[in-house]
Design a protein around this ligand. Structure first.
Ligand code: IFM
Length: 454
């Protein structure tokens, strides 16, 4: 016990002075204002209308009403003492049809957001696509259509023209695997399509648009750091049987290497192309080289590992292992293992953990949330990042998912990931114990940095 407390209290000593600490959100999950000031519809506005699509029957119409509470939410972010805030732009808010005319009110909102962050000394990290594609583009084929790649590049250039000079980082896409597989293969996320072939084509177009956007932004003189964010749950075999090992390797190839191999080596894993057969994506000459355009950083979203079992499905909860309210196993050492393995396999740019956190029940009592489980989750995962740093992995930052409770996609508002509790009836924000802990931890990090400098 004493050892654990000491380790936690010394955790801040394990990070370099320029390590970037932040919190993250996305537009659809917090903004609300679904039809305000000329905003167009997104595929998530549309998807939420489908009966049964969202567990609690909710939608993003109001969410955390962040659009109307920008100034006080910026103060809230600043009160945590973070270095960086990762947010996304809602494409149909700034360009309602995904092509052609821009919406001045939407652009003004993000300008106030960026300037408000800078005025508070916080680095803006902007994500261009956190899943809310304009519905108008979906009606022309969405990400399955190659034309959307070019619409995205135009959109990226427009955002850069307006905001690029004040951004620290730009992420092209958040979690292409989720958009491709959950959105187009399993159909449980927007746009609700169920086709392996479409999903494969979508993943290729997302990666291609990433590479082309990087090239276009650099040609336009963009100085922000440019990269992509991948969700990664490293696959591990349930037992050392040959069947489990083979399955884990296949999961790794489908879910991780399908993205990292083209980004770093300009090729899809051969075994996945073979498995897809006629469902493999159409790839035009030059596409793979575009995808492998060098990045300034790679963002990694880590929540849990994937345990591959050829027999009974692995069920961490049933086995009595620690899980979050999403029933995701809490497995911090998987983060260190993942980072070391990436470091061994590739020449990496700086790595940022762009999302990490947990959903927990979070009962509110006397205006407080004593979320010891989230605090433990964050401490053990931050320690896992420190372990990777100690072993030479080029870690540059860590951002908590999420700043505040928000719309958790198909789970609606039932799952709470925030450092800050949101009362959806009143929109009151309250710092949970984990937020107080994170703030104190960052104060210690920054005080140690200050001492190191003087
Ligand atoms: O809420 C999501 C986020 O939008 C993307 N990464 C995972 C989070 C938790 O499910």
């Amino acid at each position: 016990m004493t050892i654990a407390v000491t380790a936690v209290s010394l955790l801040h000593h394990r990070f370099p002075a320029d390590f970037c600490w932040g919190v993250a959100t996305s537009a659809f999950q917090i903004e609300g204002a679904a039809a305000a000031d000329g905003k167009g519809a997104s595929i998530w506005d549309q998807f939420c209308q489908l009966a049964g699509a969202i567990k609690d029957g909710s939608n993003g119409d109001i969410a955390c009403d962040h659009y109307h509470r920008l100034e006080s939410d910026l103060d809230l972010i600043a009160s945590l003492g973070v270095d960086a805030y990762r947010f996304s732009v809602c494409w149909p808010r700034v360009q309602p049809l995904g092509a052609g005319a821009w919406n001045p009110a939407g652009l003004d909102f993000y300008e106030r957001l960026v300037d408000g962050l800078l005025a508070r000394g916080i680095q803006p990290w902007l994500t261009l696509n956190h899943w809310d594609l304009p519905q108008a583009l979906q009606e022309q084929g969405g990400w399955a259509a190659r034309a959307t790649v070019h619409r995205f590049v135009d959109y990226a250039r427009g955002i850069n023209q307006r905001l690029g000079d004040r951004l620290t980082g730009i992420t092209t896409h958040n979690e292409p695997w989720v958009m491709a597989v959950l959105g187009h293969q399993l159909g449980i996320f927007a746009p609700g399509i169920k086709s392996r072939a479409v999903a494969a084509q979508v993943s290729h177009h997302l990666l291609l648009s990433h590479g082309l956007a990087l090239q276009a932004l650099r040609a336009d003189g963009c100085k922000a750091k440019l990269g992509i964010v991948l969700n990664m749950s490293p696959a591990m075999p349930a037992t050392d049987s040959a069947a489990d090992l083979a399955l884990a390797q296949m999961h790794d190839a489908r879910d991780l290497r399908w993205y990292t191999d083209p980004l770093f080596n300009a090729a899809y894993p051969a075994e996945v192309l073979a498995e897809l057969g006629p469902d493999a994506p159409q790839i035009e000459a030059g596409d793979m080289a575009h995808i492998a355009t060098p990045m300034d950083y790679l963002g990694i979203n880590y929540y849990t590992r994937h345990v591959a079992s050829a027999g009974q499905p692995f069920d961490a909860k049933a086995l009595g292992l620690p899980v979050t309210d999403m029933d995701w196993e809490i497995y911090p050492q998987g983060l260190t293992e993942l980072l070391l393995r990436l470091h061994r396999s590739h020449v990496l740019p700086p790595l940022y953990i762009t999302e990490n956190g947990g959903a927990f029940k979070d009962p509110l009592s006397d205006g407080q949330v004593h979320d010891a489980d989230r605090k433990d989750y964050l401490q053990t995962h931050i320690a896992a990042v420190a372990d990777a740093l100690d072993q030479g992995v080029p870690m540059a930052g860590y951002m908590v998912w999420s700043l505040m409770d928000n719309f958790e996609w198909a789970s609606g508002y039932e799952k709470r990931f925030g450092l800050v509790h949101v009362d959806y009836a009143t929109q009151q924000r309250r710092l949970k114990d984990s937020a107080h802990w994170y703030r104190e931890f960052l104060q210690r990090c920054h005080a140690a940095d200050h001492r190191a400098r003087v």
